[in-house]
Design a protein around this ligand. Structure first.
Ligand code: SAH
Length: 228
C-alpha cells in the first residue's frame, strides 16, 4: 500500500476513535484534524507513530502534544471564523495548523489569523518548514519570542492558549485578551500535576476561571514561566 494512503487511513481511524470515545465533538475541529497531516510535523524517524494518540519527541527536550489534547483545547476555545488567536509554544507547529484550519474561512485564506510564539530558535525554523510544506504558512505567523509576556504587537486577541505549563496565569495574557475572550493554559508545578485552566473575560472585563482537569505539559520558560 502507498505509505501516504496508509497514514491517511490511520489519521481517519484515530479521529474516528476520538469521536467514538466522546473526546471529539465539534464538526470543524473534526474536519481540521482529518485534514492536517501530523506526520509532516514530527521527525522523519517517528513518521510511523504519527497517529498513536500520544505526545512525541520533537527535539530540544520538547514534545508535540497528543492529538486528544489538541482536540480538547481547540474545542474548549470555541474557535470561530475570523478570530485572532495567540498560541504560546509553537513546538512542531501542528497544533497551530489545526487551529488555523478550524478558524479559516476560505480555502485560499491569505490573512494571518494565528500568531504563534516559540522561545527555541531551532523549533521556530522546524515549525516554519512544516507549515510551509503543508500550506499553512500564510495562516500561521511563527515568531521567536518569550510568550509568557504575550505578544503586545498584535494584542488584543479573541483567543489565547499555551501549550507549556506555567506556575501561575501570566498577567500579560489576561491583559491581552479581548472582552468575551477565552484563554486556556496549563498551570501547576514542573513534573507534577498541572491543571488545565480556562480563563474567560466577559464584556465587563470580569474574569471567571474553570478547571478542565489534570494534564502534563512541558514547562513554560521566560519572564512569567519557571526559572531554570
Ligand atoms: N503546540 C506544540 C506543543 C509544543 S511543546 C505542538 O503542537 O507541537 C511546548 C513548546 O513551548 C516548546 O516548544 C517550548 O520550547 C515552548 N516554550 C516554552 N516556554 C516558552 C515561552 N516562554 N515562550 C514561547 N515558547 C515557549
Amino acid at each position: 500500500m502507498n505509505p501516504d494512503t496508509d497514514l491517511k487511513e490511520r489519521r481517519e481511524r484515530l479521529v474516528q476513535s476520538l469521536v467514538s470515545s466522546g473526546v471529539l465533538r465539534d464538526k470543524r475541529v473534526i474536519e481540521a484534524m482529518l485534514k492536517v497531516p501530523r506526520e509532516e510535523f514530527i521527525p522523519e524517524i517517528l513518521r510511523e507513530q504519527a497517529y498513536v494518540d500520544t505526545p512525541l519527541h520533537i527535539g530540544y527536550g520538547q514534545t508535540i502534544s497528543a492529538p486528544h489534547m489538541v482536540a480538547i483545547m481547540c474545542q474548549e476555545l470555541a474557535l470561530k471564523s475570523g478570530q485572532k488567536v495567540l498560541e504560546i509554544g509553537t513546538g512542531s507547529g501542528y497544533h497551530a495548523a489545526v487551529t488555523a484550519e478550524t478558524i479559516s474561512t476560505a480555502p485560499n485564506e491569505i490573512e494571518v489569523q494565528v500568531f504563534s510564539l516559540e522561545i527555541i530558535k531551532e523549533l521556530v525554523s522546524f515549525a516554519k518548514n512544516s507549515l510551509q510544506r503543508t500550506g499553512y504558512r500564510n495562516l500561521v505567523k511563527v515568531i521567536e519570542a518569550d510568550g509568557s509576556q504575550g505578544y503586545i504587537e498584535e494584542a488584543p486577541f479573541d483567543r489565547i492558549y499555551a501549550t507549556a505549563a506555567s506556575p501561575r496565569v501570566p498577567p500579560p495574557l489576561i491583559n491581552q485578551l479581548k472582552p468575551n475572550g477565552i484563554l486556556i493554559i496549563p498551570v501547576g508545578e514542573v513534573g507534577f500535576f498541572q491543571e488545565l485552566l480556562k480563563v474567560e473575560k466577559n464584556s465587563s472585563w470580569e474574569i471567571t476561571t474553570t478547571r478542565l482537569g489534570g494534564v502534563a505539559f512541558v514547562p513554560m520558560r521566560g519572564k512569567h514561566g519557571f526559572k531554570s
